[in-house]
Design a protein around this ligand. Structure first.
Ligand code: FAD
Length: 432
């Protein structure tokens, strides 16, 4: 691999630290009137890279960063047909949590929360991770049983997660209607204090900036149109800007991942569904935790600016369209008002949609494939933003070492043939 940094540099952390933002720099720029330096620079497209990552969302950018920072592999290109963060990574509702249902999932997402804990310091960029607690409401006995199950799996792995009753819920979220006389009364909730929200643009830009600082090339408006495979191994990619030779291609294209898989001759068990979200005008801060109701197909959090961010489950059809629909808004409004009738006068500001790459078991697909040099980091459905750091770290290790790290081994593509599914639907269908 070209351009590998010295092991001493990597150990000392010198290589991985981009320039710091500081109060002094802010003052200096304010007084001088000079424009801020660009966060990263466009680079010429090289004819050859050691690793080509397709997709400039959080997964592609994080994998590129950890390849350079942890393994000294910086002759890496991230190619995106659009702009960095233009896919799901810039459209999500930015909820982070690790209270999943399977031991494999809990272990995996917990590592991501740990990485998010220090991400601002690691990247030298404030990603504004706000641990405000996460409540998944149960409106019937079956949901309550699943919450207890999740709480026990979580606790066994040391995750702070427990089932609480309506009185405690009311203390955490006073505006929730916890009365018994409503159509879907709240019987209890899974409470996960470390859950919260992050600023998704900052995460994308922080990884992009740090990766570029280490020598990674970020190519926007660069669409992959074909992948060259011969003798069972990857030789390169074709793009709208020319061909690139490379022995390693990583598919980080989420909603478009089956199209890229087809180019390499790798069939993925994924279907693409639109997912919509919406945000209101800002109102005075009144909601601290993130609230999720699987039964009502809705979740809500409040931003620091006071807007309420709402989401739901995916649209009920496969599509590559990212248009919002009135059906979504009407359904969402009705469900939100069942939870918090006091919001009836608050106005929606905008709505949007992104694409979600759903797998049959609601778990991702990660690691090598039968085509040598073609790796996948896909199947992120409605829940993949929180997994950006751990996926980037693990995929970088997988590529650099040639071995699949234990933490992503359960998510191998081969599990679908072997029948070893990692069923996360109970923890991932609505609560992202
Ligand atoms: C409305 C909504 C709410 C969500 N809420 C949450 C949440 O609260 N928490 C959470 O954890 N997750 C959430 N998600 C899911 C999360 O956003 C995604 O799982 C995650 O961002 C996927 O990241 P990625 O890097 O894999 O893909 P993306 O960010 O989608 O990036 C893929 C990139 O590939 C590029 N690409 C595609 N085809 C090509 C090609 N041929 N050549 C070059 N580039 C190509 C695209 O332009 C795109 O930029 C939500 C998603 C949506 C839509």
């Amino acid at each position: 691999m070209e351009a590998a940094r010295s092991a001493d540099e990597r150990r000392s952390g010198r290589a991985s630290r981009p320039p710091r933002y500081s109060a002094f720099a802010l003052l200096r720029h304010g007084l001088s009137g000079q424009p801020w330096p660009r966060v990263w620079h466009e680079q010429p497209l090289r004819p050859r890279y050691d690793v080509v990552i397709i997709g400039g969302g959080v997964h592609g950018l994080a994998a590129a960063y950890y390849l350079a920072a942890n393994h000294g592999i910086s002759n890496v290109a991230v190619l995106d047909k659009s702009y960095l963060g233009g896919g799901g990574s810039g459209r999500n509702t930015a909820i982070l949590r690790s209270n999943y249902l399977t031991p494999e999932g809990v272990h995996f997402y917990d590592r991501s929360v740990q990485l998010y804990d220090n991400l601002s310091a690691t990247l030298g960029y404030n990603v504004m991770f706000s641990k405000r607690g996460h409540l998944t409401l149960a409106h019937n006995d079956a949901s309550l049983r699943t919450m207890r199950w999740r709480a026990e799996v979580n606790k066994l792995q040391g995750i702070d997660s427990d089932v609480i009753g309506p009185a405690e819920i009311k203390k955490l979220a006073p505006y929730l209607d916890t009365s018994a006389g409503v159509r879907y009364p709240i019987l209890g909730a899974l409470y996960h204090p470390p859950g919260g929200v992050v600023r998704h643009d900052a995460v994308n830009w922080g990884y992009a900036r740090a990766a570029a600082h280490l020598g990674v090339h970020l190519h926007q408006n660069t669409e992959v149109t074909g992948i060259d495979v011969a003798g069972g191994r990857v030789l390169g990619v074709r793009t709208n800007r020319g061909a690139i030779a490379t022995p390693v291609v990583v598919n980080c294209t989420a909603g478009w991942s089956t199209l890229i898989g087809d180019m390499a001759g790798v069939r993925l068990p994924i279907q693409t569904f639109p997912l919509q979200a919406a945000v209101t005008e800002p109102v005075k801060s009144f909601l601290h935790p993130v609230i999720v109701s699987g039964t009502l197909h809705v979740y809500v959090s409040q931003t620091d600016r006071g807007e309420l961010v709402f989401g739901a489950s995916v649209d009920p059809f496969t599509a590559y369209s990212t248009r919002g629909s009135l059906e979504f808004t009407e359904g969402l409004a009705g469900n939100v008002l069942q939870l918090m009738p006091a919001l009836s006068k608050v106005r929606l500001l905008r709505q949007w949609a992104g694409l979600c790459d759903m797998t049959p078991d609601f778990s991702p697909v990660m690691g090598p494939t039968d085509v040598e040099g073609f790796y996948v980091d896909v199947g992120w459905g409605t829940y993949g933003f929180k997994a950006g750091p751990v996926s980037g770290e693990a995929m970088a290790e997988c590529i650099a070492s040639g071995r699949t790290p234990e933490i992503i081994a359960p998510f191998a593509l081969s599990r679908f043939g072997a029948g070893h599914l990692v069923g996360e639907k109970g923890a991932a269908a609505v609560g992202h």
